[in-house]
Design a protein around this ligand. Sequence first.
Ligand code: NAD
Length: 496
Amino acid sequence: MKKIHNYIDGKISEGSSKKTSPVYDPSTGEQISEVILSNKNDFETALTSSLKSFNEWSNVTPLNRSRILSNYKNLLNNNKEELASLVSMEHGKTLEDAKGSVTRGIEVVEFACGIPHLLKGEFSQNVGTNIDSWSIRQPMGVCAGITPFNFPAMVPMWMYPVSIACGNSFILKPSEKDPSCSIRLAQLFTEAGLPSGVFNVINGDKEIVDCILESNRISSVSFVGSTPVAKYIYEEAAKNGKRVQSLGGAKNHLVVMPDANLNQTVDGIMGAAYGSAGERCMAVSVAVAVGNIADELVNNIKTRTQELKVLPWTNNEADMGPLISKEHLAKVEDYIDKGVQEGASLVVDGRGYNIQGYENGYFIGPSLFDNVKENMTIYKEEIFGPVLSVVRVNSYDEAVNLINNHSFGNGTSIYTQDGDVARHFTTNVKIGMVGVNVPIPVPMAFHSFGGWKGSLFGAHAMHGMEGIHFYTKLKTVTSRWPNSIRSGAEFKMPTN
Ligand code: NAD
């Protein structure tokens, strides 16, 4: 059985732990490899390497760091197909979708190439007579990232390229469900010229996460995953004096106004609700139909679900692949059961989906619920599968209140032809990422990604300037030459 190890000090590191976790091909349900679940000793090996490399790397000039990042970007582009295959093989998403996610990750590397410019601070001459002030942004030290299964390339790439560009060393703890891509990403960085130990990958489960949270030699923790774990990470990391950004789950609403262009809206909803089998934190899981558009909207989505091709990633025709695991498939089917029990109308039922030759795969068809109410479990909780709920409301105000009252606040979108409504929506909705006639408003690398409420704990979103600020410490210098020295001691605060 193929074994996935760690990547420490610029090479594959076998680790001392004997514990492993199986890695499956979700299309067939067959185990394809096993990944090491590292122990405390393995963590110490990674940390020692990261601490050592930090001293050297933090002194490399930003311009020279940028040159290595630029080499890395080229290597990533040259190896995009391979990286996407590694993602699809263990995650199950379609190859095109995986390629798209790798591209979005590479864009963060591209952003980080601008680090000499991005690190420029502020300068004020004569803040007092003959006194100047300026600010600089210095690296934190060893930063850590803990990432989820659903984007095994893109989510880690929201973190480490920015952190490393800022002069930090970085330890990544990827999801144990699809760990291969991270190792390849690290190998390519070494090939691009990154000194050994600046980017280490340690595989494992809660044991390693807790080592990260408890270590006083780790300066910051970036986390992306489910809300209960995000909250735990935030609280534990903060308790141990670390800087922390912790992104959690989501329940994203797409509001359909009566004046929306229905074809465009349904096109948007199909990809956003069912793409990647709904395993996206920005997936649309609730369509809010305002006024009399509801019947037509539901009928259109129903028709379009019949055209969706649910297939393994190896088939180029696939619109959507399987779920990540047997347990997750059972969980999503349970949610559908619960929706029926609680009185929602199941218009399209994806349960029990079978593909000839792939009977043991974790496939589920698209599902559509109508008449979903605010108090139902399928409305309140994140399902993380291809299940769309339609909530009918009478007015725009009702739609906004619904969204603002929800415990999650990652993304939302409105489809309308009315600029005034759109402007009111973008101003008043209590959500971190907002789209207008855009179904999945994921910010580009030079903006920042992050939600509100139960979708992000901590002050900083990821990448863009938020990322630069998260991964650097601000220092402000005030200096006076040399008049003050000549004029003798001063005992009051200088005010002019
Ligand atoms: P998860 O929370 O189960 O796991 C995420 C990471 O935490 C993994 O590396 C895992 O090993 C580790 N982990 C799991 N349980 C832990 C525990 N008890 N203690 C410490 N560490 C633990 O999430 P997942 O199932 O891998 O990913 C899906 C979730 O991620 C969804 O809720 C999705 O919405 C969320 N997500 C959010 C965003 C965002 O930007 N907000 C992006 C992608 C995914």
